[in-house]
Design a protein around this ligand. Structure first.
Ligand code: FES
Ligand code: FE2
Length: 397
């Protein structure tokens, strides 16, 4: 039986600078904010264990700087946006988006101090309403133009949940077809029944699962195809669009894609883009149930024991994923056949770590403009007939 060792688990989970996974994940662009929110104030963010500020300068350019001022370490999120950049609130040092120190008030005119210093800065790009940054080595790869970001049409970007657990737990949840029945069956009725058939495969961009469930009537099935795209984007069909079998035909697929953005080793931002939602919708950030010893007793003198997860898919995911622990002890798992996808994923990540160590580009890093014109991402949720089911199963033998 495959089992992840404690050593591998450390490698898979830690994302700070200098760690093997941290180095791998630094080869990719990550979404860190919404373009529309960046107005005249900076904001404090954290990505891959690095404290950063995100802002837009007076000329409209987005910037990411190290959070702590080069002068005496004040947090630049308290600073003021200037035409040329961001000014520290403590003593007024001014930085541009590239980390150049433009002003050091009080220094004599002949001072060369500002030329000697540079604030940590990272490149940014905006696409599809999101702001992305890249923390890795130069040369900077291209920001992938996934169709759900770059194609014409409406898109809805939300933060689905802030998890108090390691990023990989959220990624693995996206390649786990059985949890859908048990975790979400109460609110997502067609998924309540267990899959009759599950298939897992590696793909050009990561991995995919296919799951076939009994449908609404005899001879009908529910077919779900859910991808993980490197470095950790789950992509599925949009069930509000395609549940009636009404997939848009001559167009880019309607998908809903979720990044598990590693804030640090034990915090994750799950950020979701729905491409071509049928109508604009706003979803509040899921409030997961926090699990603590003797919680019921702390909350009531006459406690009712047990936990009731709020009946909503995002809350259910966030609660269950956090319940594994802040960093799950994978060495104590006992995997079964339903876990084929996460085995593929872990091996995939470990292999990419070796590629990076050897100086190569890992899966999903692109430097070819031609290839990056439009990257069409899959994901399906639809009803199929017995004949289609047979076709899908035959293609997977
Ligand atoms: S700490 Fe930022 S200017 Fe002094
Ligand atoms: Fe889920």
């Amino acid at each position: 039986m495959y089992r992840t060792t404690k050593e591998e688990n450390e490698i898979l989970s830690r994302v700070g600078p200098g760690t093997p996974m941290g180095e791998l994940l630094r080869r990719y662009w990550w979404p860190v904010g919404f373009s529309a929110h960046l107005k005249n104030k900076p904001t404090f963010i954290r990505l891959l264990c690095e404290d950063l500020v995100l802002f837009r300068d007076g000329q409209g350019r987005a910037g990411v700087l190290g959070a702590h001022c080069a002068h005496r370490r004040a947090n630049l999120c308290l600073g003021d946006v200037d035409k040329q950049g961001l000014r520290c609130r403590y003593h007024g040092w001014l930085y541009d988006c590239d980390g150049r120190v433009l002003q050091t008030p009080g220094e004599p005119p002949e001072s060369r101090l500002k030329e000697k210093l540079r604030q940590l800065s990272y490149p940014t790009q905006e696409l599809g309403g999101l702001v992305f940054t890249y923390l890795g080595p130069k040369p900077v790869p291209l920001l992938p133009r996934f169709h759900f970001l770059a194609a014409e049409g409406e898109r809805d970007c939300i933060i689905q949940a802030f998890n108090d657990s390691n990023w990989l737990q959220s990624v693995e949840n996206g390649l786990d077809p059985f949890h859908v029945s048990f975790t979400h069956g109460d609110v997502w009725k067609p998924m309540a029944v267990e899959p009759e058939k599950i298939m897992f495969e590696e793909t050009e961009w990561g991995a995919v699962y296919k799951a076939i469930r009994p449908g609404r009537s005899a001879g009908e099935y529910n077919f779900r195809m859910h991808y993980i795209i490197m470095p950790g984007i789950a992509s599925g069909g949009d069930n509000t669009v395609s549940s009636g079998g009404d997939l848009p035909s001559n167009d880019f697929p309607a998908v809903t894609c979720r990044w598990a953005v590693p804030i640090d080793d034990t915090h994750t931002m799950n950020l979701r883009v729905r491409y071509k939602p049928p109508k604009q919708h706003r979803v509040q950030i899921a409030k997961q149930l926090k699990i603590e010893p003797y919680k019921e007793y702390k909350e009531s003198d006459d406690p009712v024991l047990g936990y009731n997860i709020p009946a909503a898919v995002f809350e259910e995911d966030a609660t269950i994923v956090d319940s594994l622990g802040a960093i799950v002890d994978r060495e104590n798992e006992n995997l079964s056949v339903i876990d084929g996808g996460i085995i593929i994923l872990r091996q995939l990540y470990l292999k990419q770590i070796e590629i990076v160590k050897a100086g190569g580009d890992p899966l999903g890093v692109i430097r070819d403009d031609e290839k990056n014109r439009m990257i069409v991402v899959g994901g399906e949720y639809r009803w199929i007939s017995t004949a289609e089911r047979q076709q899908i199963e035959r293609a997977n033998v």
